[in-house]
Design a protein around this ligand. Sequence first.
Ligand SMILES: Nc1nc2c(ncn2[C@@H]2O[C@H](COP(=O)(O)OP(=O)(O)O)[C@@H](O)[C@H]2O)c(=O)[nH]1
Ligand SMILES: [Mg+2]
Length: 125
Amino acid sequence: MSTIDAQDLRERIGRFRVLIIGRANAGKTTILQKVCNTADDPEIYNTDGKKIDDAVVKSSIKRGNHDIKNEMVFKSNPGFVFHDSCGFEAGSEGEFEDMKKFISERVHATKLEERIHAIWQVTSF
Ligand SMILES: Nc1nc2c(ncn2[C@@H]2O[C@H](COP(=O)(O)OP(=O)(O)O)[C@@H](O)[C@H]2O)c(=O)[nH]1
Ligand SMILES: [Mg+2]
């Protein structure tokens, strides 16, 4: 029987990738800031690894536009990558479909560094 060494696994996956889901304003960004022990806004990168300008991020959030494939990274915790989804709201079938597609593509991604390693659902009361 083979065992997988935790250190070896960490090296193989590169960064730990988490999809965070919940409604807009559920407190997703806030809770990620807490776990990353930072008050900074995350940096957003597209799938090509290109940083998206902060002003562009802000204006697309305002328009309710966002791409689940974009990567959120806090400078304080570069070993973690977060994907943001607010696909659980009534009337956002498009977002929900994007989320399902993203999950089905990424849970079994051949490239370990592209795989999502955890899904975190944030509910608010
Ligand atoms: N009362 C309360 N407000 C919170 C909590 N977490 C976040 N907020 C506030 O709710 C708003 C939305 O939070 P945000 O983290 O941006 O939510 P996101 O849209 O899910 O990323 C912000 O004004 C936060 O300050 C919480 O636990 N309690
Ligand atoms: Mg947010």
